[in-house]
Design a binder for this molecule. Structure first.
Ligand code: FES
Length: 383
């Protein structure tokens, strides 16, 4: 099949695409983001672009959105126009998505009220070296020391972590840092690192919004917010509201691109925050994500189709704790990702996060939370 180069102005980004690809899809491939209110159904007229070089014509349906003069000047709908030539495409200001400012709040806030209760703890362990009188296995030695420090729990460890344990203990004279995550009634040992690394202990809190994605870099031992970064949700090029995104994700081969778009957002935010604070991605050992039910499904790569259809049932409202790497999030390879639970198909983990953050479960007096977002919700309650 023939391939053509499509260049987008004013960013001067381009993509080589197969003949018949829509201009909207070519824009996505070139990392150019244009408005897409109806999810590419050709009914909103928001994806208007101007062809400044090459041949492409507005189809009959699209003509309803343009004046004769605009058609003469090469205006087409990006979602309805196929590529059959090398093209230069000008994206007019009203079609670009990068205009609005993203509110991210303040970094360097106070330490967490009542002390931080991090999802992953780092514990420095100084253990006696094995002797003939004390020759328990390496993992038992680590578990014994952890029980001394944080209590009598069960401790499980992954095979990959276990494989390197012997070497790490002996190279560091049995002085190591264990990163442990709460798991059911016990703990999972995620990493064992030589020496004391407790001062490099970071996590991410990510708000996966329909319109914007915002990440906070958090010092896990204190709960202090070190940096905040936000960006437009790249999924907007598949539709601006949750219903359009569900429709796109439920088309053949639709889920992958929508899922990958938000992972790309998150990895870009991690890049921004780690460069700004001069820390390594490897020092980020946990991530918590909150979003509405559809956003949580798309983040985890779950099909959201039934959320839109009566009787409006999601695949899940409680999500498994996973390794972040399982969905392509680039933090420490042993780092975990927890997605806050949803309440119902249209009341998600973002509201759960808000309820927790404003202390509704901790106080006897009735408090209210009003979330004025792309969708709106109100929660009222007490402890
Ligand atoms: S007409 Fe709505 S996105 Fe193209």
């Amino acid at each position: 099949m023939a391939k053509y180069m499509v260049s987008f102005m004013p960013t001067n980004r381009s993509a080589m695409v197969e003949e018949g690809t829509t201009i909207a899809e070519a824009a996505r491939q070139a990392d150019v983001f244009i408005k897409n209110l109806c999810g590419g159904e050709g009914v909103c007229g928001q994806c208007r672009v101007q062809i400044t070089s090459g041949k492409a014509e507005a189809d009959e349906q699209a003509r309803a959105f343009f004046s004769e003069e605009e058609i003469e000047r090469g205006y087409v709908l990006a979602c309805q126009t196929e590529v059959h030539d090398n093209l230069e495409v000008l994206i007019p200001p009203e079609t670009r998505m990068e205009g609005a400012k993203i509110m991210t709040g303040e970094a360097a806030g106070p330490e967490a009220e009542g002390g931080a209760k991090p999802l992953v703890r780092k514990i420095f362990l100084e253990m006696p070296e094995p002797t003939l009188e004390d020759n328990i296995s390496d993992i038992e030695r680590v578990s014994r020391e952890l029980r001394r420090k944080i209590g009598w729990h069960s401790y499980e460890i992954s095979l990959s972590c276990l494989r390197r344990l012997s070497e790490k203990l002996r190279d560091s004279q049995f002085k190591v840092t264990a990163s442990v995550a709460k798991r059911g009634g016990g703990y999972k040992i995620l990493r064992i690192d030589p020496g004391d690394t407790t001062s490099s202990h970071y996590g991410l809190a990510v708000d996966v919004g329909t319109t914007t994605v915002v990440a906070q870099l958090v010092e896990m031992s204190t709960g202090r917010i070190l940096g905040v970064s936000g960006t437009h949700n790249l999924q907007a090029s598949f539709g601006e509201d949750v219903i359009s995104r569900i429709i796109y994700a439920c088309k053949k081969d639709g889920l992958g691109p929508v899922h990958e778009a938000v992972i790309k957002n998150i990895n870009q935010l991690i890049d921004d925050l780690t460069s700004e604070k001069n820390i390594s991605r490897d020092d980020i050992i946990a991530m918590v994500a909150a979003g509405n039910t559809t956003m949580s499904h798309l983040l985890l790569g779950l099909l959201p189709c039934s959320i839109r259809l009566e009787p409006y049932v999601p695949t899940a409202d409680i999500y498994p704790q996973i390794y972040a790497r399982e969905i392509g999030v680039q933090i420490n390879p042993e780092g975990i990702l927890e997605t806050l639970p949803s309440v119902a198909s249209y009341v998600g983990g973002d509201i759960v996060a808000g309820v927790l953050a404003c202390g509704i479960p901790d106080h006897p007096e009735v408090r209210g939370l009003i979330d004025i977002g792309t969708n709106g919700e109100i929660a009222i309650g007490n402890n």
